[in-house]
Design a protein around this ligand. Structure first.
Ligand code: HEM
Length: 454
């Protein structure tokens, strides 16, 4: 689709509607209509800015990877900056690069692998609650329960032995589903909890191997300095927010999709029946369970939480033949790329088998980019994948969740792609799902890798 430079026509602009986007319209449906009318790129006025909307992987590749240095985060990041300060999601340039280098070790394969037991513990508690509901023939609010499990996993990963102290303060993450100004104000005020934990650890000379501990120890490669306290707070709050809603939302969609596709559920059970009851999955096991991974990929394809990535051109550029003046906003619709009828067969169908051995994640240009691509891709991908796969394996081995509502869920395409309403599900105990025993949970917790060294 991208032609070579010598055939470019300078100052050719993409087609697009004359009338600006109105904030009363649903952005995703509005984009649907115009991609159908204009193709993979169109130009429109959105919130007073000139925006190029794109749904072609070639253009995404150009903006996110090939010429990424010419693009900073778009205007929409201002709202996130207000909530999270200048953390990794928001920062730019040299400062971002230094911070990313300092934070990266906390997300390396071995560091994440050590978190399996934390995730397993959070899921064992959830499994027991849902089994109890199944026995009593009660429905569960899966959205709320999954949100709590994910919050528990991410807070335990970050705060380790201090988790119990911080937990009550962060209940707003799961008890409040609105993401409005009031939420932002309350959440921002929790920065002081992070500061307090860090100060206490410094005072007592506690060096912990949890994520906060790793961030506190990280040193800038050139200056040898640690992060100032304010930045430590910004980065920690960023990880909590970025790691919570995205993962929780994907798992919600997974359960909904499974409830609508018994043939997929059957195939999943066949794979899980190869897991012994005493075997609790860890990072090294996950590759073996290919179908479980394909289900997660397919849910991420159909409902990518980060459905829209926005950038702003720093200097003039081109996307194919189209001229991109400096200052243009680019909206990259992961949602539309991942459901593009020319890129995917039966694009709207839930069909995990499409990720079988013939599919390469490394397709160029990328047709699958739920964690983005290029230098600013998701730092938490391995953690999120570990969390989602352990959850699905542990729960689906023993339970199935039925969806009781007659009408299909509605999309809420805001910062993340969520369902408008909570998923209320009916858990049933699977006949052949042999159980994880409670004493194994205790063993796992005792074997915690969060060694605090005083
Ligand atoms: C299913 C789960 C997740 C999905 C789909 C997801 C998706 C994404 C995407 C699309 C971006 C790029 C945003 C942009 O450039 O505009 C991103 C960035 C980021 N994500 Fe995730 N994410 C997930 C889980 C996590 C987790 C668990 C963490 C951490 C605990 C995390 C931390 C971050 C951070 C810090 C960034 C900014 C990276 C940078 O700019 O250097 N994410 N994520």
């Amino acid at each position: 689709m991208m032609s070579e430079t010598n055939t470019r026509t300078a100052h050719l602009y993409p087609p697009g509607p004359d009338e600006p986007y109105s904030p009363t319209q649903d952005l995703l449906s509005w984009m649907n209509n115009y991609f159908k009318r204009y193709g993979n790129i169109y130009k429109a006025s959105v919130y007073g800015s000139s925006v190029y909307m794109i749904s072609a992987p070639e253009y995404a590749e150009h903006v996110l990877r090939k010429n990424w240095q010419n693009y900073k985060k778009g205007m929409a990041i201002k709202r996130i900056a207000w909530l999270l300060g200048n953390g990794l999601m928001v920062s730019e340039g040299e400062f971002w690069k230094r911070q990313r280098r300092m934070i990266q070790p906390a997300f390396r394969h071995d560091a994440i692998g050590a978190l399996s037991h934390v995730i397993t513990a959070a899921n064992l508690a959830l499994l027991e609650r849902w089994k109890e509901a199944a026995r009593e023939k009660k429905s569960v609010n899966a959205t709320r329960d999954i949100s709590r499990m994910v919050a528990e996993s991410v807070l335990m990963a970050i705060f380790g032995v201090d988790y119990e102290h911080v937990r009550p303060h962060f209940s707003i993450l799961t008890d409040e589903s609105a993401r409005n100004l009031q939420f932002a104000e309350e959440f921002r005020s929790l920065g002081k909890i992070v500061s307090r934990v860090a100060a206490e650890r410094r005072k007592k000379n506690i060096k912990s191997t949890d994520m906060l501990g790793m961030l506190m120890e990280a040193r800038d490669r050139d200056s040898g300095q640690i992060m100032p306290d304010r930045q430590l707070v910004n980065e920690t709050m960023t990880l909590i927010v970025a790691g919570h809603e995205t993962t929780a939302s994907t798992l919600n969609w997974v359960w909904y999709l499974l409830s609508q596709h018994p043939e997929v559920e059957e195939k999943l059970w066949r794979e899980l029946d190869n897991v012994h009851a005493s075997e609790l999955p860890d990072l090294n096991d996950l590759r073996r369970f290919a179908y479980t991974r394909h289900i997660l990929d397919e849910a991420l394809r159909l409902y990518p939480p980060g459905w829209l990535m926005t950038r702003r051109a720093l200097k003039d550029d081109h996307l194919g033949d189209y001229f991109v003046p400096a200052g243009t906003e680019i909206y990259i619709s992961t949602y539309h790329i991942q459901r593009h009828p020319e890129l995917w067969e039966a694009a709207d169908c839930f069909c995990p088998d499409r990720f079988g051995p013939d599919f390469s994640q490394e397709r160029h240009p990328p047709t699958m980019l739920p964690f983005s691509v290029g230098p600013r891709n998701c730092i938490g991908e391995i953690f999120a994948r570990l969390e989602m796969q352990i959850h699905l394996m542990m729960i689906a081995k023993q339970l199935r969740l039925g969806y009781d509502e007659k009408k299909p869920p509605e999309l809420d395409a805001a910062v993340n792609l969520r369902s408008k309403y909570d998923f209320v599900m009916i858990p049933e105990i699977r006949a052949s799902g042999n159980g994880y025993e409670t004493h194994q949970r205790e063993q796992r917790l005792e074997g915690s890798t969060f060694n605090s060294v005083s």
